[in-house]
Design a protein around this ligand. Sequence first.
Ligand SMILES: [Zn+2]
Length: 309
Amino acid sequence: MTFNEPIFDAHIHVVDTDALDMLVEISESYGVKESLLICHSLGARNYAEKTYPGRFIFAKYFSGAMRFVDGVDTILKEIATLRDEGYHMAKMQSAPVMRGRTAAKPDDLRMDENEMARVFDVMKDEGIPFLLHLSDPDTYYSTRYTDTSVYSSKERDLDELEGVLKRHSALKFQLAHFGSQPEIYRLDNLARWFDTYPNFNIDTSSARWVSRELSKDPRRAREFFKKYQNRIVFGTDCVTWRPERDYYEGRYLALRLLLETAIKQRPLPFTDTDTVNSGGTFINGLDLPRSVLRKIYWLNAKDFYAEFW
Ligand SMILES: [Zn+2]
């Protein structure tokens, strides 16, 4: 790895503040100077700002279970105080597993329907960008999301996500996890979204999912990065549950190897539970040009969130 300019990690979480200290230290050793920090409590947000002034922009965390359990009015209340609490944006973890946890039916309260539009409209009015995680790896749908009373297909979930982009064209979105479509055969659909909806970017988290899938056809993945180099931001999705040095190091190392190098069949530097029984996960580097790396690592995030500096 030879890239030695600043890196912006546009997707990390703070739960535990001791673990955040470790994550900051390790991320720095991988070149990270600033981050978008998703905060699971106001106390953690305030700690981060006081301890690391100027390092973070702050996203308030919303569990995707909230809309099924507490309803839209509770979300609206939380959005109303977001700015005063010092947050810049909102993040919702609304992976299908949230339906499972709350036994919501496959078509209960879709994100792209009228009830949720009340939330999106307020964010639009207040100029609050939205970081959204709505779907998951193909591997989860074939192994974990098989109960059809709760889950349906990935195609249905992507349709819901596209519905959100289409309906709320005046709102700015960061779609987590490569828009939930790093699987090579899904890149054409993601390209269609980029060409159709100008109001979103995607991040490169998670390190495991994105490294595994893009490594399957590095030539195609490289072309994709070059074509959409203005719409992709670097992000790891490191979550600070507890101080875990190996976990943080593994994520930064994996993504930097993927993006910057031309390595072939290098084992992922940590265990991929999705492939542990089927031969493992290997990184094939995309060897991106420096000008593209500069955008993905820094310029795109600084540009997308320019209003917050
Ligand atoms: Zn996340």
